[in-house]
Design a protein around this ligand. Structure first.
Ligand SMILES: Cc1cc2nc3c(=O)[nH]c(=O)nc-3n(C[C@H](O)[C@H](O)[C@H](O)COP(=O)(O)OP(=O)(O)OC[C@H]3O[C@@H](n4cnc5c(N)ncnc54)[C@H](O)[C@@H]3O)c2cc1C
Ligand code: SF4
Length: 332
C-alpha cells in the first residue's frame, strides 16, 4: 500500500468539504471493499476521509408522505437485517442482507458502503489486465474472457460487468430514496437513478458527484412490502456473489395480482427493476405460466453469449419460484 493520509471529520459537512476539495480523497465506511482495493492497487487515493463514526447510525420511522423507515448510512448490515421494523414490514431487505457476505463482514459493512461497493468482475480487480472501469480507455477483458457473471441487460461495448450489492436489489424494488449531502446542500435521489448503465463511461458506477455523501436511505411503507422476499442463486451456500437474484413483493386479490414488485441482481450494471414484467402481471392471475410470460417480456432485450446463455432460464425460474412462494406463504 502507498502512504496515505487518514482524517476523521467531526461532521458530515466537514467530510463533504474534505472530499470535494481533493479529487484524490475518498470516503471510508466500514472499509470492507475499499481497503481490499487499496491492497490490490485498484485505487490509490491520497486521503481517506473516515465517515463511519459520524452520527448517521440510526434506523428511525418518519411520518411525511405516508411514512416509512429512514436508514442511516452508517447502520451496519447485520444491525439492519435484525431491526424489528425491517423484519416485520420490509422482509425483503432483511433477506437480501443475510444473503450477502459473511457474518463478520456484515457486522463491519455499512449501508452507504454496501450500495457503493464496486463490481466483482475479476479483471477489474486484476491490475495486470485491461479494464475500462478501472483504467478508462484501456479496453474490456471480460467481453472475450471469463464471463459467467457478465450482464445480459443494458451492457455496452465498453463494459459488461454486473452490480454486486444484494441490498441494492431489494431497495430498488421498494422505491427507496437516497438522501445525499453535497457541497451545495442536501438532495434526494430516487433509488432507481442512483446506479447507472455503463455506456461509454463504465468508470462511473453512479450518478453521484465526487464528494457527495450518502447520509440515509428512505424506504416508504407499503402494503406490498409486507409480503416480500429475496432469492439468491449462487455457486455455494457460504458467501458468494449472485449469479442471479430476485427481490419480489406481492399483493393478491383472490389470486389476481393487485400490486407486484420485481427486481433482479446479477443481470446488469445496476440493480434491475423489471417494470415491464410488473406491468404484464398487474391485474392478471398469478400463475406460473403468467409469471414466465411476463419475465420473457422483460428479457426481450437480453443479450447472451456462450458464457451467459444460462442466465435467462435462471432468471425465469427464480422469479416464478419466488412469486409463487410468496403467493403460497412459503417465504422460508
Ligand atoms: C468476502 C466478501 C464477500 C462479500 N459478499 C457479498 C455479497 O454476497 N453480497 C453483497 O452485497 N456484498 C458482499 N460483499 C461486499 C460487502 O457487502 C461490501 O464490502 C460492504 O457492504 C461495503 O461496505 P463498507 O461500509 O465496508 O464500504 P467501504 O469499503 O468503506 O466503501 C465502499 C465504497 O463506498 C464509499 N462510501 C462508503 N460510505 C459512503 C457514504 N456514506 N457516502 C458515499 N460514499 C461512501 C467508499 O468511498 C467506497 O467507494 C462481500 C465482501 C467480501 C469481502
Ligand atoms: S466488464 Fe467492465 S469491469 Fe470487467 S473488464 Fe470489462 S470494463 Fe472492466
Amino acid at each position: 500500500m502507498r502512504p496515505l493520509e487518514y482524517v476523521r471529520p467531526q461532521s458530515a459537512e466537514d467530510a463533504v468539504a474534505a472530499v470535494t476539495d481533493n479529487p484524490r480523497a475518498r470516503f471510508l465506511g466500514g472499509g470492507t471493499n475499499l481497503v481490499d482495493h487499496l491492497k490490490l492497487g485498484v485505487t490509490s487515493p491520497e486521503v481517506l476521509v473516515d465517515v463511519s463514526r459520524l452520527p448517521m447510525d440510526q434506523v428511525e420511522e418518519y411520518a411525511e408522505e405516508g411514512g416509512g423507515l429512514r436508514i442511516g448510512a452508517n447502520v451496519r448490515n447485520s444491525d439492519l437485517a435484525a431491526h424489528p421494523s425491517v423484519r416485520s414490514r420490509l422482509p425483503v431487505l432483511a433477506r437480501a442482507l443475510l444473503a450477502g457476505a459473511s457474518g463478520q463482514i456484515r457486522h463491519q459493512a455499512t449501508t452507504g458502503g454496501n450500495l457503493l461497493q464496486r463490481t466483482r468482475c475479476v479483471y477489474f480487480q486484476d491490475v495486470t489486465t485491461p479494464c475500462n472501469k478501472r483504467d478508462p480507455g484501456s479496453g474490456c477483458s471480460a467481453i472475450d474472457g471469463y464471463g459467467r457473471y457478465n450482464a445480459i441487460l443494458g451492457a455496452s461495448e465498453a463494459c459488461v460487468a454486473t452490480h454486486p450489492s444484494d441490498l441494492a436489489v431489494a431497495l430498488v424494488a421498494l422505491d427507496a430514496t437516497v438522501v445525499v449531502l453535497g457541497a451545495d446542500g442536501e438532495r434526494r435521489v430516487p433509488f432507481q437513478d442512483l446506479h447507472r448503465l455503463p455506456g461509454h463511461h463504465p468508470e462511473r458506477d453512479t450518478t453521484l458527484a465526487h464528494g457527495e455523501l450518502i447520509t440515509a436511505i428512505d424506504v416508504p411503507w407499503s402494503e406490498v412490502a409486507r409480503c416480500s422476499t429475496y432469492t439468491k442463486v449462487r455457486d455455494r451456500a457460504s458467501y458468494a456473489f449472485a449469479l442471479v437474484s430476485v427481490a419480489a413483493a406481492l399483493q393478491l386479490d383472490d389470486g389476481v395480482v393487485r400490486d407486484v414488485r420485481v427486481a433482479w441482481g446479477g443481470v446488469a450494471h445496476k440493480p434491475w427493476r423489471a417494470e415491464r414484467a410488473e406491468a404484464a402481471l398487474a391485474g392478471r392471475p398469478l400463475t406460473d405460466e403468467n409469471v414466465r410470460a411476463a419475465v420473457d417480456q422483460e428479457l426481450e432485450a437480453a443479450q447472451t453469449n456462450d458464457e451467459t446463455a444460462y442466465k435467462p432460464a435462471m432468471v425465469r425460474n427464480a422469479t416464478a419460484w419466488t412469486l409463487l412462494a410468496l403467493a403460497e406463504g412459503r417465504t422460508r
